[in-house]
Ligand binder design. Structure first.
Ligand code: ATP
Length: 444
């Protein structure tokens, strides 16, 4: 299957089953902004909850934070985003389209007569590359003037840096310790695309780990290992994950080391998470720009220092896309194509569907009782419409690991069948044992 065909099928499945819709679709859609429907919101929440559990609840040395999207504009001067968060762009004077200067479709040298616009085909109409800031701007308060400009944050990390002393004081943490945050970020991306891979509004899952200078190398390696393990535990195929080390030309000037975790999407290998050793750049800049001392006092050693930071930064939407792509498969079953989202049970939006074979003979009553019991334990779905085969296929497309069917034998014998999504095998399970059976199976 061609690579674009896979993505097209996934996009249409996501719409059909209620995972992801284009924003403001009835108005023609808003470029590269997407909405999560009933199944999508559950899937993404499950991804975020697993991250939060691994990074905050399962550890004694990381605290959570939820900083506001709007921050003092000077934060973005200190961070370097006002001057440096830019992409070089080329405009076509003829058709008014805009391109990243590194867009492979551009022909010739922009700014010269031999250049050619990839959209309208005009020659010599491309401008020289100009820097374009990717931050969204708005105004705070009633007056739209320069002094009232604020930015929609392009990353969540700065909210962590400026709060690090507050968190330290309010908790009993000591260096080394971390602060984790999940939240929205906004970037006016010029070449967004590939569905929810690169969007203008997205969520990040970021953790900044504050360490004593000199121990950063060790912590960096530790976090690399832990983060790759987390992606494996999400059920992603290990063969589709790899490391990409930033070479000297890619490495930010302040970064001591940076590795990306990449996934092999149908459109190629691409970053899903970055792990960065940022040294004391961030706290140093905020200390300088705010005039506030941000040093840490190490009591036992009786010394003061600016901690170094090891960052792990993943996109919640990008990881959700990875989970969808990794789970998508088509199989031939008895001459028909079966489309399955083979999610890890922990991230599946619906854990079990309860299906009465027919809407009579007491089956709906047994099925409803089972549904009412199971839905108290995990998300379930009740479906009594259409042929049973069609209902199974719908649940395969939703990635539901188990279908519980109430049939003729259920009434007399107090048993149901449990169909496994991946093998399509069916087990006969007594109604008394059903909840325990499913809970064990979901735990894997
Ligand atoms: P890219 O090179 O893909 O633009 P980046 O190196 O700018 O990414 P970071 O600033 O390191 O990305 O952001 C950390 C993570 O945030 C990325 O690994 C990705 O998962 C997510 N992310 C960044 N930009 C976007 C976006 N426009 N849409 C969706 N997720 C994004």
């Amino acid at each position: 299957m061609a690579d674009t065909a896979v993505m097209d099928k996934l996009v249409s499945l996501c719409k059909r089953r209620g995972f992801i819709f284009q924003s403001s679709e009835i108005y023609g859609g808003l470029g590269s902004v997407w909405d999560y429907g009933p199944l999508g919101v559950e899937l993404k929440r499950n991804v975020k909850e697993r991250w939060w559990r691994a990074m905050v609840h399962d550890r004694d040395d990381i605290e959570g934070l939820d900083a506001a999207i709007l921050m003092h504009p000077r934060v973005w001067e200190a961070s370097g985003h006002v001057s440096g968060f830019t992409d070089p762009l080329v405009d076509c004077r003829q058709c008014k389209n805009r391109f990243r200067a590194d867009d492979a479709r551009l022909k010739g040298t922009p700014g010269t007569a031999d250049s050619q616009c990839p959209v309208c085909g005009s020659r010599g109409t491309l401008t020289e590359p100009r820097l374009f800031n990717l931050m969204f701007k708005t105004f705070m308060g009633p007056v739209e003037e320069q002094a009232a400009i604020v930015y929609l944050r392009p990353e969540t990390a700065q909210g962590i840096y400026v709060n690090y002393l507050n968190v330290l004081q309010g908790s009993r943490q000591k260096v080394p310790f971390g602060i984790a945050q999940i939240g929205k970020a906004f970037r006016n991306e010029i070449t967004p695309g590939n569905f929810i891979f690169r969007t203008r509004e997205f969520e990040q899952m970021e953790m900044q780990f504050f360490v004593k200078p000199g121990t950063d190398g060790e912590w960096f390696e530790r976090w690399r290992e832990l983060r790759m393990r987390w992606h494996h535990a999400l059920g992603l195929a290990p063969a589709k994950l790899r490391w990409h080390e930033h070479g000297p030309t890619e490495l930010a000037h302040y970064a001591r080391a940076a590795f990306d975790i990449e996934y092999e999407f149908p459109f190629g290998w691409n970053e899903i998470e970055g792990i960065h050793n940022r040294g004391d750049f961030d706290l140093g800049r905020h200390q300088q720009h705010s005039g506030k001392k941000l040093e840490y006092f190490d009591q036992p050693a009786n010394e003061r220092y600016l901690p170094f930071i090891v960052e792990t930064s993943a996109g919640a939407d990008r990881v959700t896309l990875t989970v969808l792509v990794d789970a998508y498969r088509e199989e031939q079953v008895e001459g028909e194509t079966r489309v399955v989202l083979g999610f890890h049970p922990a991230v599946a939006p619906i854990k079990a569907a309860i299906l009465p074979l027919v809407k009579k003979d007491g089956m709906p009553e047994v099925a409803t009782a089972a549904y009412d019991d199971l839905r108290k334990r995990f998300p379930c779905f009740y479906d009594d419409s259409g042929a049973i085969g069609r209902r199974y296929r719908r649940m395969d497309e939703a990635g539901t690991p188990f279908c519980v069917t109430v049939d003729g034998e259920s009434l007399a014998e107090r048993t149901v069948t449990v169909r496994h999504r991946d093998s399509m095998q069916q087990d006969r399970v007594s109604l008394d044992r059903l909840a325990g059976f499913l809970e064990d199976a979901l735990r894997g």
